[in-house]
Design a protein around this ligand. Sequence first.
Ligand code: SME
Length: 178
Amino acid sequence: MKISRYPDGFKLPNSPNMAEDLIIDKQLDRESAYQQLLPQIKALLDGETDLIANCANAVAALKETFDFFWVGVYFLKENQLVLGPFQGPIACTRIDFGKGVCGKVWEQNRTLIVEDVEQFPGHIACSALSKSEIVLPGRNKSGDVAFVLDIDSDRLADFNETDEQYLSQIVALLEKSL
Ligand code: SME
């Protein structure tokens, strides 16, 4: 089923090269949905070099496709992670090195999957409804963390290696804008 809020043939203003809407099949299992989404995100980001614009669209596409509770990025700025484009409830704006899941991902420079956030020591609860979380590092050309992609679910153990595999490809697309 194609979900479109625009009439057939409608083109968004100022975006002549962009698909006018995402194709999202809500019947697909998650892996197939990633496979459908990935080339669309690639096309969406193609030709645009602005990191914030690309993060904003990638985050919106993920939120719209999977209806995750919260999807967003934090950028490494002045030795803190600072809130960037996101979709979902309001969130904490700054995270220190080693603090919460995001700060640990920055510290350890690797993806963390948290099945139950209440069991994660130091987890930063932006919302009591968040139950599980995946956070991936985005790295600059030297391999240092430059941003993190954070996704929260209101279901326990909602993320696994399949999410990591596809989300890391989306992160790799975003890294090109660094
Ligand atoms: N839970 C994150 C903080 C960011 S919010 O989930 C949006 C953490 O522990 O780092």
